[in-house]
Design a protein around this ligand. Structure first.
Ligand code: PDD
Length: 286
C-alpha cells in the first residue's frame, strides 16, 4: 500500500515526496527526529516527544518548523489517512538546504525540512518478541558525546544491531569507560532483589520519553529505583533486565553476552511494568 506522507506542508503519496539532494539531513546528518507510538489509533505521550523535539532543535540552533499544535494535527492526520491502529509515527526535522554543500551552517532564514511518515505495526503491544525477551550482546560505545540530542546520526547504532544479529542475538548494549550507557535504540535497566537500576540522565544517553514514564509508574507502584552507573557484569548477575523505548515499550532482556538471566524467561518486574505502561499509556493517549 502506498502511504501518505508529509513533507514541508504537503500530504503526498510516498512515491511523490521529494527532498533536495543538498539537504543537510542527507549530507551531514544535520537533523533531529522523534518516534511516537500509536495504540488504538491514538498517539502515546505526544507531549513528551514534542517537548524533546523542541529541546533537540534548541541545542542545535535549528529553527522550529511549526507549532506544537500543528505538529499534533499532522501526526493525527497521518494516522487517520493511513489507517494506523498500532504502529509508529516518524518525524524528522533537518536544517534544510541553501542549494550547495558547505560545512558552515546556512543563513538562519533557511527553511528547515520537515518530514513525517507512519509505520504500520500490528501486534506492537501484544508482541511475540516481548513474550520471549531479548538476547543482547555488549559492545563498545563509540558514539559522539551529545547523545541527549536525538540526531539522525544512527550509523553506529545500526552497526551495533548488525553485530548483535551476526552473534545470533536481538540487540546490543553500549559500554563506555566500563559502564553501560544505553541500548542501541533504547534505555537499559537491570533488577536485583526487587530494585530497578538504571543510568542517570546526562549528555551520555538519550533522555527517553518511555524511561521517564516507566520510572514514574514504577515509583507509583512502590518499586525501588536507583539511578546510578552500572557495569555489564552487574547486569549479568541480575535477577532480570529490560529496555524501554517508544517502539518497543518495556522489553524484557533474558540473556546478556551468553549469560542467561534468571530462568531465561521475562522477569516479573519487566512484565508488570510493560502491563502498567501499556494500560496507563492507552488511557492517556491523544
Ligand atoms: N529510539 N536511547 C536511544 C539511543 C534511542 O535511540 C531511543 C529511542 C531511546 C528511548 O527513547 P524513547 O523512550 O523516547 O523512545 C533511548 C527510537 C525509538 C528509534 O530510534 O527508533
Amino acid at each position: 500500500m502506498t502511504r501518505t506522507v508529509y513533507v514541508n506542508g504537503e500530504y503526498l503519496p510516498e512515491t511523490e515526496a521529494k527532498v533536495s539532494i543538498f539537504d543537510r539531513g542527507f549530507l551531514m546528518a544535520d537533523a533531529v527526529y522523534e518516534v511516537t507510538s500509536v495504540l488504538d489509533g491514538k498517539l502515546i505521550d505526544f507531549e513528551g516527544h514534542a517537548v524533546r523535539l523542541k529541546r533537540s532543535l534548541d541545542e542545535l540552533d535549528m529553527a522550529e518548523p511549526c507549532s506544537k499544535e500543528q505538529l499534533l494535527e499532522v501526526h493525527r492526520k497521518l494516522v487517520e489517512l493511513n489507517g494506523i491502529e498500532e504502529g509508529l509515527v516518524y518525524l524528522q526535522v533537518s536544517r534544510g538546504s541553501d542549494g550547495d554543500r558547505d560545512f558552515v551552517f546556512p543563513s538562519a532564514d533557511t527553511k528547515p525540512t520537515i518530514v513525517l511518515f507512519t509505520q504500520n505495526k500490528p501486534g506492537l503491544a501484544d508482541s511475540p518478541a516481548a513474550a520471549k525477551g531479548n538476547r543482547i550482546i555488549s559492545i563498545e560505545d563509540i558514539r559522539w558525546g551529545r547523545r541527549d540530542i536525538k540526531t539522525t546520526q544512527l550509523l553506529y547504532p545500526s552497526m551495533g544491531k548488525m553485530m548483535a544479529k551476526a552473534a545470533g542475538c536481538d540487540d546490543a548494549w553500549l559500554i563506555e569507560d566500563g559502564y553501560v550507557t544505553e541500548g542501541t535504540s533504547n534505555n537499559a535497566y537491570f533488577v536485583k532483589n526487587g530494585k530497578i537500576v538504571t543510568r542517570p540522565l546526562s549528555t551520555d544517553i538519550l533522555h527517553g520519553i518511555t524511561r521517564k514514564a516507566v520510572l514514574r509508574m514504577a515509583a507509583e507502584a512502590q518499586m525501588e529505583i536507583e539511578e546510578r552507573l552500572f557495569t555489564i557484569d552487574e547486569a549479568k548477575e541480575a535477577d532480570e533486565a529490560f529496555t524501554t523505548s517508544a517502539s518497543a515499550f518495556v522489553m524484557p532482556v533474558v540473556e546478556i553476552d551468553g549469560v542467561t538471566l534468571g530462568d531465561g524467561t521475562p522477569g516479573p518486574v519487566a512484565k508488570r511494568l510493560r502491563e502498567i505502561y501499556l494500560d496507563e499509556s492507552r488511557k492517556a493517549a491523544v
